[in-house]
Design a protein around this ligand. Sequence first.
Ligand code: NI
Length: 316
Amino acid sequence: MRMLLMIVLASLLPAVVDAGPSPDLGAHCMAALLAKQAGRPDAAVSELHAALDIDPNYLEAHWILAWVLHDRGQKSAAIAEFAQVARIDDGGTYGRDAQKTIDRLTAPPPPPPPPAAGRALVALTFDDGPDPNLTPKLLDLLRARGVKATFFMLGPLVKRYPAIVKRIADEGHEVAVHAWDHRLLTGMSAAGVRSQMDRTRDAIAAACGVTPRVMRPPYGGHNAMVRNTVGMPVILWDVDPNDWRDRNSGTVRRRIANGMRPGSIVLMHDIHATTVAAVPGILDDAAAKGLTPVTVSDLIGGAKAGSVWTRVKPRD
Ligand code: NI
């Protein structure tokens, strides 16, 4: 009797599924919403995938998943989910909202603000990274202000933190070569210098897909052999706040404010918390002086390999 009942139930099951959504679908979506509100997006995503395993066309699950991915900054994955919503609910409220959101997310970014009049440009540069904690913090600060900077990086750190290197490039900053390690290049053979440059440049290109165009020798040390060997413009600086020695954000900010003028190249290190903390104030000071931060390559223009730059003198 019991066996018969099970057979009857089993034969009914597909009809039940066809007749309406499984109660598990609602439960997964509810759990996903609670996880999203609790700030646990990973848990929300796995609940939503469980719902979509039951019904790949479940509108609510795609809709919530789209927003979870959107809030996590996974733009292309979110767009794919909004596209599912637009397809499933074509012409409906959700479908129209999803299409509007896709249009907003795929719109071209607004043009960058025009450079300040004349050549009131300045290059903010950060050496010796990337740092796993401080460089992402710095990138957040720069992104919030729409400012581009240049990062002179060390090979082993590039190899260890390729995702940060990729983020630097993806967010429009300039990736640049410091050296493989931090040894003075002037004491090496030309082959040694070439190897330092090639290995670091290749590591950066492998991490982010962009080949660096400029380099900065460790300690600023260069001679004719170094200049003839590096194969890139040599970028020094005219403003040095000694941020590695004096770990005080106020001191770093004041020294930069005092030294920074049109065409300046400002030396900093994104491996010191005090320097990163000084950056919002430094950006305020630059704006107050009418200086627009740009990347080193944007500041120096098409410069020759081996040319040495401390500051770009304004031409007008
Ligand atoms: Ni350095």
